[in-house]
Design a protein around this ligand. Structure first.
Ligand code: SF4
Ligand code: ZN
Ligand code: ZN
Length: 307
């Protein structure tokens, strides 16, 4: 198959866009599309300082690479969760992120959970859940807390994560299956800054996993292919698998599902649920200073208080 823009062989065919591109035109298209999404959703400008959350995987390193190529002031944040296993997942991923940053002379900030908090994420989860569950809930809480805290402490105006179409569609699908009405309206390409919370953006929200992987491969990015060992068998992976099978039969169904949802949000058909008292009042956590609705320690600080 030939590239739609030149006589070279195409490296990717995107049925949902009716487009096939070669190794030169694909990264060009990918970067232009990202810039288009940044502008369309008013994510940030060249005046912003952007902190990119990197995991060492294909999506986050691709995002950092694209922002760097577009000339944005973007630094990286790697959170070492202390996840090991046969493959030393956290340390290997940190090395991949560091190598990427060094090759481009970019600044990578590292937050090592065990060094800062005295315990790794799996150890915290084991203590708080007595080992009955996967550490994902604790891990998600700590990651969200740390990303916001680091972005604010280091003076960044924007926090960018590399959530892609597959992540967002499987998340939306899961929330709809369980009618999680509080969470559904919070899913958006941009979460505006609020008191104590930095602005959060997802520039890759319209790219599929296949597209971000193709970009990383064509650009020669050395990313970690292994998934976190705790991801295996997760509901998110089951939903992704199901939706990919549907996509094969109906090209473009994932993108239509997500864009239809955003459209319904924009038109006001789906809107956030207000609490009975109206707005939720947030106070600074007495330990870390981040906003919390509890009137006492925030959920993350409570995890360590129990120690
Ligand atoms: Fe954390 Fe791994 Fe679970 Fe992801 S799969 S939330 S990295 S423990
Ligand atoms: Zn071409
Ligand atoms: Zn706190």
């Amino acid at each position: 198959m030939r590239c739609h823009k030149c006589p070279q062989r195409a490296v990717i065919r995107m049925r949902q866009h009716r487009l096939a591109l070669c190794k030169d035109h694909y990264p060009q298209w990918f970067i232009e599309q990202t810039q288009r999404f940044i502008e369309k959703y008013r994510m940030f400008t060249h005046q912003d300082r952007i902190l990119v959350a990197v995991s060492g995987g294909k999506d986050s390193l691709a995002l950092w690479d694209v922002l760097w190529q577009l000339g944005y002031e973007a630094e990286g944040l790697y959170i070492n969760l202390g996840i090991g296993g046969e493959f030393a997942y956290s340390d290997e991923s940190q090395q991949a992120a560091q190598k990427f940053a060094d090759q481009r002379r970019l600044k990578l900030h590292i937050y090592h959970v065990e060094e800062r908090r005295g315990e790794s994420v799996p150890a915290i989860a084991l203590r708080t859940h007595r080992g009955r569950q996967k550490p994902c809930a604790v891990c998600g809480l700590i990651k969200r807390h740390t990303m916001n805290q680091m972005a604010r402490q280091l003076g960044f105006s924007v926090l960018a994560t590399a959530h892609n179409l597959d992540d967002e569609v499987s998340f939306l699908f899961g929330n709809l299956l369980s009618w999680n009405l509080r969470q559904i309206p919070r899913q958006s390409p941009v979460l505006e800054a609020e008191e104590g919370f930095v602005r959060k953006v997802k520039p890759f929200i319209r790219f599929s996993e296949r597209e971000t992987a193709a970009y990383s491969i064509v650009r020669g990015i050395e990313y970690i292919e292994e998934e976190c060992p705790f991801a295996e068998g997760s509901k998110q992976l089951q939903y992704k698998d199901l939706l990919n099978r549907l996509e094969e039969q109906q090209p473009g169904v994932k993108l239509r599902f997500l864009l239809g949802f955003f459209n319904a949000m924009e038109q006001g058909f789906i809107h956030p649920i207000e609490d009975e008292q109206g707005e939720v009042i947030l106070n600074p956590c007495p330990s870390c200073g981040q906003p919390t609705s509890t009137g006492d320690l925030c959920a993350t600080c409570r995890l360590f208080e129990e120690n």
